[in-house]
Design a protein around this ligand. Sequence first.
Ligand code: S3P
Length: 173
Amino acid sequence: MIVVLVGYMGSGKSLIGQLLAEKLDLSFSDLDTLIEADQVKPISDIFRDKGEIYFRATEAKVLRTYVQNNDHTVLALGGGTPCYASNMELLNSSSNIITVFLKASVLTLANRLMKEQSKRPLLAHVNTEEAMLEFVGKHLFERNNYYNEAKLHISTDTKSPEQIVETIIKSLA
Ligand code: S3P
């Protein structure tokens, strides 16, 4: 089984993925980290040097290689991965893969992303709390249809990381 976590930037995919993998005794991978290893540079440099279209093509390639060559793992996607290259179709067409959407409100995401904005090229131009709320609100509206394709949906706003992991484990059973 491969458990694949999807959700917007700041939804906790990496943290929850690591905790979930520990609990289930699976290995953990982060797609952004795999892309950085493949390209031997940080995500922000890939966007700057090669642009988003190149990044999306690389993301789709690294994802396909990963699912073909791994099992018994938890994988955290990037926030945009479900929205490109028929990636959700690919993941949902495998009976060995379960996609899990970590759902958080615009307010929760915007507050978190104000603190982590520098790591994310798509947020480089968003400088105030008001602009962040507006950006995340619109962007999430565009992306929600893709996230909603995930097999499991977990609301995270009022839960601790441990409670989120427990909820996922119960839903997997
Ligand atoms: C992106 C999210 C990032 C990373 C890239 C693009 C997006 O991953 O893949 O900056 O399009 O939402 P995180 O969701 O881990 O921040």
